[in-house]
Design a binder for this molecule. Structure first.
Ligand SMILES: [Zn+2]
Ligand SMILES: [Zn+2]
Length: 389
């Protein structure tokens, strides 16, 4: 098969689809239009399509003529609550909502990988399954997709994330931990309110909160292996109603925990609770810690990374395949990679001049879709064919 010719032929459709999604961005679990368009496109290719998976997700199965392995391609499809200021002619038509992370490109690439492979179905061994996942930005879409059974019978998983700060033409990947686990917590403190001039009559939650903020840092400096990585940040401290002379009865701390190692993550989640409760209790009060559901760290399978690298070198050349450092940002692709071996790679999508590029989640976020999307389609298609072998 001549893959490059096929992709060249499909490129106008690829770009049109990405720009259409860009014009009509939808927030997590509201991706109704996006999902409908994807489902219609995939049905048109003759794939077996299931709509409404994890509310607004779409799953499509391309079964080859002969039996074999099953490879899952995962693409997230949601946008962000940002007012677009990129100035592109296909800018968002929805006020306050923008594809500022490139998920419009992810969806269009995965759909066109399906379009390419559908043409070679007679020669395909095994199944290629496509998971169009809602609500990545609120770390909520992957888990219900997994619970809906999207990984049943799947041997391995592959996904990509466009990267505006890496020039188009380059590819980044690393074996092992690549993106951090991100967990958010709230510590609710209770003491006893009192007159500020009579502290012995009360239990001071402001002092309690202060002790806890300081003590939490010792979990990183004293209880975490210095060569491991963890971040604990308290981002919000609230207590009192603005008075100078009242000891507040309650206080609240909000923070985030970032880790790569699953064991360390578990330990720190436990220790944040123990430390907060212990300090509060020792001071005569009490603490309750609540956690928002987070996603585990994104961990790539080393063998699959090696195979992917070989594929990528053939497509973009040896020197354009970079080993990138891990990032403390999170991505719920980890829900798939936690359960199946796989690879999540960065696809360069920026300008060679770094001054022209904006980071992800920026109102002027921009990607060179003409250069990066066809390349992403080729890379993903070749990776899938390699993994099916
Ligand atoms: Zn994002
Ligand atoms: Zn993203």
């Amino acid at each position: 098969m001549n893959l490059q010719e096929t992709i060249a032929e499909l490129t106008p459709s690829l770009l049109e689809m990405r720009r259409d999604f860009h014009r009509h961005p939808e927030l997590g679990f509201q991706e109704v239009r996006t999902s409908a368009r994807l489902a219609e496109f995939l049905e048109g290719l003759g794939l077996e399509v299931t709509r409404g998976v994890a509310q607004t997700g779409v799953v499509a199965r391309l079964k080859g003529a002969r039996p074999g392995k099953t490879v899952l391609v995962r693409a997230d499809i949601d946008a962000l609550p940002i007012q677009e200021e990129s100035g592109v002619p296909y800018s968002s038509q929805t006020p306050g909502v923008m594809h500022a992370c490139g998920h419009d490109g992810h969806a269009a690439i995965a759909a066109h990988v399906a379009a390419v492979l559908a043409r070679y179905r007679d020669r395909l061994e095994g199944e290629v399954r496509f998971a169009f996942q809602p609500a990545e930005e609120i770390v909520s879409g992957a888990r219900p997709m997994v619970e809906a059974g999207v990984l049943e019978g799947v041997d391995c998983v592959v996904g990509l994330h466009l990267y505006s700060l890496m020039p188009a033409g380059k590819v980044g990947v690393r074996p092992g931990p690549s993106m951090a686990a991100a967990d958010a917590f709230t510590i609710h403190l209770r003491g006893r309110g009192a007159h500020a001039a009579m502290p012995h009559e009360g239990v001071d939650t402001v002092l309690m909160a202060s002790q806890i903020v300081v003590a939490l840092q010792s979990l990183v400096s004293r209880e975490t292996d210095p060569v491991a990585t963890a971040v604990i940040t308290i981002a919000t401290v609230s207590a009192g109603e603005g008075a100078h002379n009242i000891i507040p009865e309650t206080a609240e701390l909000k923070g985030t925990l970032r880790t790569f190692d699953a064991g360390l993550r578990e330990k720190l989640i436990r220790r944040i609770g123990e430390l907060s409760k212990g300090i509060a209790q020792a001071m005569g009060g009490s603490a309750e810690v609540t956690w928002l559901p987070g996603s585990p760290a994104v961990v790539n399978d080393p063998q699959m990374v090696e195979r992917f690298r070989q594929v990528a070198r053939q497509v973009v050349g040896e020197e354009a395949v970079l080993e990138v450092p891990p990032v403390m940002g999170g991505d719920d692709m980890s829900e798939f990679l936690n359960r199946r071996p796989g690879v999540y790679f960065w696809l360069g999508a920026g300008d060679p001049d770094p001054r022209k590029n904006r980071p992800h989640h920026h109102p002027a976020f921009w990607i060179d879709d003409e250069r990066s999307l066809p390349l992403g389609t080729e890379l993903m298609t070749r990776a899938v064919l390699d993994f099916l072998r």
